[in-house]
Design a protein around this ligand. Sequence first.
Ligand SMILES: [Zn+2]
Length: 260
Amino acid sequence: MATPQAVARDLPKPRSPRENPRENPMVMGMADRPPIANALLAALPRPDYQRLLPKLEPVRLAFGEVLHEPGDEVRHVYFPGDSLVSLLTVIDRRLALEVGLIGREGMVGSAFAMGTGQSPVRALVQGAGNAMRIEAAIFRKELRHSVSLQREMHLYHNTLMIQFAQTAACNRFHVVAARLARRLLMTRDRLSSDHFRLTHEFLGHMLGVRRVGVTKAAHALKKRKLIDYSRGNIAILNGRGLESAACSCYEIFKDRTIKE
Ligand SMILES: [Zn+2]
């Protein structure tokens, strides 16, 4: 079983453009361009990526920004780089529960752009950072021309469906502290950082519990010296210990994330 450190290594990392561009798909032979931060874009063959590139717009996603609400028309498909986007199902117009987490391994909005055009979920930026986006109509057109893009999209949708299903069972059967540990590790892996920002209120929405429940679970992890937190800034102090404290779903999310 791969360690989270191995997982992080398998995901694309920024590299110097001066590294051998022929062997490095992250660089794509463009010495003056930054490396491709998103794993799906990086996995495309060079001609497919180069065809897509002029249509991609670099954007900066802000913490708490809503990319789309349930029922909204999906206008753009996003490819996160070092940003992180949470998908939330909203019930009774006020209760929100996280059903998916998308970072540099995935894309946001592609299924909805391809289907009804409307999103059934809220897409909320949970980690500020960079992303590339493309207009939904252009994305649909490009998809017809690129078998590789179709393949990457279908593989990723499969991963996301597994994440949706696993999250439903996890929310029903696993205790809050174990779910919190799992969620913090998922964030760490996607951001490749032991330090990130997550408020207790936000975590409550993610885990489907009240803020006091999150505080209690976070306190238990802090008492075991696995994490520390202050004013929404979280630090993972003992990654291996946190893995032991996490529910078994972490292994499943981890494996699916790195398969392709
Ligand atoms: Zn679980």
